[in-house]
Design a protein around this ligand. Structure first.
Ligand SMILES: Nc1ncnc2c1ncn2[C@@H]1O[C@H](COP(=O)(O)OP(=O)(O)OP(=O)(O)O)[C@@H](O)[C@H]1O
Ligand SMILES: O=P(O)(O)OC[C@H]1O[C@H](OP(=O)(O)OP(=O)(O)O)[C@H](O)[C@@H]1O
Ligand SMILES: [Mg+2]
Length: 283
């Protein structure tokens, strides 16, 4: 049995639970129970505050955890990271009141900055030779300038709407973050084996999310152009259509390139383009 710590409730919770479920692992959830056992995989899930997760994994109370890189690095335990998980992408940024002048980070010399990330911010400022007074607060950091607590803040930004709503403007990106899988470094051989199975499944789920299955019809004369646009995993599958001079092509395309490639496929004569989600993708 391996123990995985995830955030009880917050920005990481839903995506963490979805990832485990998409790995084909079944378990019950209830808002009162802080621990559940999977029914078809040797996994126990612990529901914790995200700030506590790196420490628990470091100490071996949990074998694995899912946490934001921002929290991991702030806790001073970056070595626990195993792999990025592709969700809860955000950045840690410095922001100042919209009307305040700002040319460079040197302008923060001697200023008061409110943040929940004094370690990451402290390192960032030290590397640039800036000495500022950091005020550590654990939440609602964006309020600090308007109540006279600080001249600048450093907090998590995603859409930017919290900054906008509080009259602030983003001036520097200090750190980029996403959710990561972390692991205790002294696991038993048995636990390592379970971890490998879990990572294999997580990678198959992530690969599938990044790709789409694509099916289309094309004139045989355009086949070389279509093949060049859709290299696929090894190469595309090509089958003749009942109608002479046409083929059906099946392949896999990266989600990021998808719209761009479909435009080019149409331009070389492709028709009836179908795009399907992939559930699992094993390399
Ligand atoms: N707006 C956002 N968009 C994307 N990811 C975010 C956003 N805000 C936070 N995150 C990521 O999700 C993590 C958890 O954020 P959340 O706001 O739920 O933390 P919290 O309030 O500290 O929760 P807890 O109660 O568990 O301590 C952050 O550490 C960060 O990595
Ligand atoms: O750029 P935005 O999309 O507005 O997101 C940024 C906000 O999201 C997070 O807070 P959250 O909403 O999770 O609330 P919390 O402060 O209670 O953690 C973070 O602390 C920012 O305040
Ligand atoms: Mg927290």
């Amino acid at each position: 049995m391996i123990r995985l710590a995830i955030q009880k409730s917050g920005r990481l919770s839903e995506d963490s639970l979805n990832l485990i479920r998409e790995c084909g692992i079944s378990f019950q959830t209830s808002s009162y129970r802080l621990k559940t056992e999977a029914t078809n995989f040797p996994l126990e899930i612990l529901y914790l505050r995200d700030d506590d997760i790196p420490g628990y994994v470091q100490d071996g109370v949990a074998d694995l955890g899912i946490v934001g890189q921002n929290v991991l690095v702030e806790a001073g335990m970056p070595a626990l990271e195993l792999e990025p998980l592709g969700f809860s992408k955000c950045r840690l940024s410095l922001a100042v009141p919209r009307a305040a002048g700002y040319d460079s980070v040197q302008d923060l010399q001697g200023k008061n900055i409110a943040t929940s990330y004094p370690q990451i911010l402290g390192d960032y400022l030290a590397e640039r030779g800036v000495k500022a007074n950091l005020h550590t607060i654990s939440g609602s950091v964006e309020i600090a300038p308007s109540i006279g607590l600080a001249e600048a803040i450093c907090d998590i930004v995603s859409s930017g709407s919290t900054l906008l709503g509080n009259g602030l403007r983003e001036v520097e990106t200090v750190f980029r973050s996403e959710a990561v899988l972390i692991a205790n470094q002294n696991m038993s051989a048995e636990k390592r084996e379970i971890l490998e199975q879990l990572q294999f499944r997580m990678q198959a789920v992530r690969r599938a999310r990044r790709n789409k299955y694509i099916l289309l019809n094309a004139p045989t004369a355009s086949l070389d152009a279509v093949k060049a646009l859709l290299p696929g995993i090894k190469s595309p599958t090509v089958t003749p259509l009942a109608e002479e001079g046409w083929v059906s092509v099946q392949s896999v395309v990266n989600e990021d390139d998808f719209w761009h490639i479909t435009g080019q496929l149409k331009a070389v004569g492709a028709e009836g383009i179908l795009v399907l989600p992939i559930e699992k993708m094993i390399a």
